[in-house]
Ligand binder design. Structure first.
Ligand code: ARG
Length: 401
């Protein structure tokens, strides 16, 4: 029996060469390609994989599952790595890993393989996810050990073995795209002082080239799930995200340029585009703050976004910790029903209105008009007691200057 491996396959040069390389090492290769909204034409994938030597090629549309099971929980946690990165690439890895394990079982394969390098985060996410789901499956990462040093050597190898590769004029970037956003690195971006060239961007226009007029969007949520855009209902959330990406993208919303801390200790310059996710985060935060009391909202802000983002970034998706945090944020998400009105304009997204049946905003308490129902006399004693420690401090510094 040949050793069988399920390979996470993109159809690019690396993974095409990998099919052949694994075959030469004695493996029977089955490729797995997930449609996570990467925008590539996937209809030619099976033919291409087989021409490279795969015995079977699976292509699966997982867009809805990706958004519902991975992006939405992360949205409900308002998780942004180092306060900025909406974890687009990080989120697809656990899903792809889960699928690799499923197909490994189905096809009785003892191995799965991925195309990540030895200095990135993705190797960690793939491997930890697979181990958590099935520790008996061995994960192979050919890029970490094969002999190719340069792209040219791979092209040479591909030609020699008649592996179909499109030798287009290579853009200098490494791009990972899915419907939650795009990650761009390498080439001129490796100099953190260099402004990202316009051709690096895939799904947003530059704010300078965005329309002169702002555009309003209204997002509707039901129990923590985005369900409508400008009054139109969606039962497939990934469609809503796709539509929102194109609306916000044409206003230049959601570009992020940062130097981040990778798991392996390197600082790396990354450019991201997440137009839809940026609008969704802004809207979700707005509603969450409207429907949660101060104690809960502050607890959430101090404990969840940063911790959840780290967990996703660091490959810990399949852990009880993530499930427990999801339980917490889903409980709060149950309150997140309502609408948020936002304005998109030249790279910015601004909330201009919000409403919810679960709103804790009471106009009679907030108003400065004659409708005011707040007991102003309570303010005096409240301030006296709340401020007592400061009075005591003040007395001490007068005593011991
Ligand atoms: N730095 C990001 C992360 O670790 C993006 C990595 C995606 N890869 C790429 N080829 N751009 O999640």
């Amino acid at each position: 029996m040949p050793k069988r491996v399920i390979l996470a396959y993109s159809g690019g040069l690396d993974t095409s060469v990998m099919v052949r390389w694994l075959t030469e090492k004695g493996f029977e290769v089955i490729t797995y390609t997930a449609n996570v909204g990467q925008g590539d034409e996937l209809s030619e994938i099976p033919e291409k994989a087989k021409a490279s030597g795969a015995v079977e090629a699976i292509v699966e549309d997982v867009r809805e599952e990706f958004v519902r099971e991975y992006c939405l929980p992360t949205l409900r946690a308002l998780a942004l790595y180092e306060g900025r990165y909406p974890l687009t690439a990080s989120l697809s890895r656990p899903l792809i890993s889960k699928k690799l394990v499923e197909y490994a079982r189905k096809f009785r394969a003892d191995y799965v393989a991925h195309g990540s390098t030895g200095k990135g985060n993705d190797q960690v996410r793939f491997e930890l996810s697979v181990w958590a789901l099935d520790p008996d499956i061995e994960v192979l990462a050919p890029v970490r050990e094969w002999e190719f040093r340069a792209r040219e050597e791979q092209i040479e190898y591909a030609k020699k073995h008649s592996i179909p590769v499109k030798v287009t004029k290579e853009k200098p970037y490494s791009i990972d795209r899915n419907l939650w956003g795009v990650s761009i690195e390498c080439g001129p971006l490796e100099d953190p002082w260099e402004e990202p060239p316009e051709d690096a961007f895939q799904i947003t226009v530059s704010p300078e080239k965005a329309p002169d007029d702002p555009e309003s969007v209204t997002l509707g949520f039901e129990r923590g799930v985005p369900v409508s855009l400008n009054g139109k209902k969606y039962d497939r959330i990934h469609k809503l995200v796709e539509d929102l990406n194109s609306i916000a993208g044409r206003h230049g919303v959601g570009r992020i340029d940062m130097v981040e801390n990778r798991l392996v200790g390197i600082k790396s310059r990354e450019v991201y585009e997440a137009p839809g996710a940026t609008v969704l985060y802004t809207a979700y935060r707005e509603l969450l703050s409207l429907v949660t009391d101060r104690f809960t909202f502050h607890y959430f802000l101090s404990h969840i976004p940063h911790e959840y983002a780290k967990l996703v970034y660091e490959g810990l998706w399949f852990t009880p910790l993530r499930e427990a945090m999801d339980a917490f944020t889903s409980r709060l998400g149950d309150l997140v029903t309502g609408e948020v009105k936002l304005k998109l304009y030249r790279g910015s997204v601004t909330v201009v209105g919000r409403r919810s049946p679960n709103s804790l905003y009471e106009e009679e308490l907030a108003t400065y008009s004659e409708k005011d129902a707040f007991d102003h006399t309570a303010g005096k004693l409240f301030t006296k007691v709340w401020g007592l420690p400061l009075k005591v401090l003040g007395r001490r510094s007068k005593r011991t200057p």
